[in-house]
Design a protein around this ligand. Structure first.
Ligand code: UDP
Ligand code: MG
Length: 339
């Protein structure tokens, strides 16, 4: 099928997959059909993010039939953003597209992104015109993207996820970034170049459930805000100012009352307790905000690799410094296991 397997492909498609065994064959068929319309050589880089179902076996079976299919298998679940990052490390295309593996992002849209890239844009991101999810979840997304935009010091486009195509130069820049916190749409916006959005309609999931429970979504939201904004820290400072000024004014007022009128403060247990609780709350909140930043510093300075690869199919070891490849199981060990 592939006439020149050694040649670098023009277009790479990076696809994170976590427990998507039912979707793999359908995704593969639709993606290949869509990419073939571009008429350029392409590759599919699947990242199996530690799936516990048959996802890897499904990927392996298509990879053995089609040399354009490459697979990276993690040693455990490292998370969606990390899977995308690994895919970007391994992809070799002149243009690299990132797409969800659950068919919520239609593969048929990739050729349109590719056309726009050919016009000279280095980043073409897909903007969700519509979503087919719970009203509550939709509302949460809306609020989050608007909040992030207000708070962030980089210009992160509204309602754009990771579904995008990027020029080789942008991918190289992303791969060179030392940070462990991979909020892909954030670093992608940060690198700059010519960026443009194209609108699309987000589909419902093909099969299975969302792999983003509320806890993971919250983590993503925190990562987005903390990594791209100093506003929370500044809010703490401002709060401190306001409270100190208020306290100072109150002291002046009370002392003046005392001196001028000899009045004593009306004693009250309730008011005292309210003030103490209020201040205690503010202090804990501020500590928490500080902690969010400090925790991320801790995470960054440990310098652990971002992910561990268990095995790959059809790939040269990536030259990425954030990757550790597990050594092949020795034949003797495998034999002893009877495998
Ligand atoms: N995914 C992943 N690792 C994870 C969670 C999700 O690789 O820990 C993949 C998942 O298989 C899918 C994509 O990332 O291809 C988007 O995830 P999902 O559809 O669950 O997120 P949602 O669309 O609900 O935001
Ligand atoms: Mg999805």
């Amino acid at each position: 099928m592939n006439t020149a397997p050694q040649q670098s492909p023009t277009l790479s498609l990076v696809v994170p997959m976590f427990n998507e065994e039912e979707t793999v064959p359908v995704f593969y068929r639709r993606a290949v059909a869509a990419l073939e319309t571009t008429g350029v050589p392409f590759e599919l880089v699947f990242v199996d993010d530690g799936s516990r179902d048959g996802t890897f076996e499904a990927l392996r079976s298509i990879a053995t039939q089609d040399p354009r299919v490459k697979v990276v298998r993690f040693s455990r679940n490292f998370g969606h953003q990390t899977a995308v990052t690994a895919g970007l490390h391994y992809a070799r295309g002149a243009a690299v597209a990132v797409i969800d593996g659950d068919l919520q992002d239609p593969p048929e849209f990739v050729p349109r992104l590719f056309e726009k890239w050919r016009e000279g844009y280095e980043v073409v991101y897909a903007v969700r015109r519509t979503r087919k999810e719970h009203a509550l979840k939709r509302a949460a997304y809306r609020v989050f993207y608007r909040l992030l935009r207000r708070l962030s010091y980089v210009d992160i486009p509204l309602d754009a996820g990771d579904f995008a195509i990027m020029d080789r130069r942008v991918v190289d820049e992303l791969n060179a970034m030392p940070e462990r916190n991979r909020f892909v749409r954030g670093i992608r916006a940060w690198v700059g170049f010519r960026q443009v959005g194209l609108e699309y309609d987000r589909e419902p999931r093909f099969a299975g459930e969302s792999k983003y429970p509320l806890s993971k979504l919250l983590k993503l939201a925190y990562d987005g805000v903390i990594s791209y904004s100093f506003v929370p820290l500044r809010m703490v400072t401002h709060l401190g100012f306001v409270i100190s000024l208020t306290a100072f004014a109150l002291v002046l007022y009370l002392v003046a009352l005392r001196i001028l009128y000899g009045e004593r403060l009306i004693t009250g247990w309730t008011s005292t307790v309210v003030v103490i609780l209020f201040l205690g709350g503010i202090q804990l909140l501020s500590l928490g905000i500080l902690g969010e930043y400090v925790g991320r510093i801790f995470d960054e300075v440990k310098r652990r690799p971002l992910y561990v690869v268990r095995e790959t199919i059809g790939l040269e070891p990536a030259a990425a410094k954030w990757r550790t490849e597990l050594s092949e199981e020795a034949p003797a060990v495998r034999a002893a296991r009877g495998a």
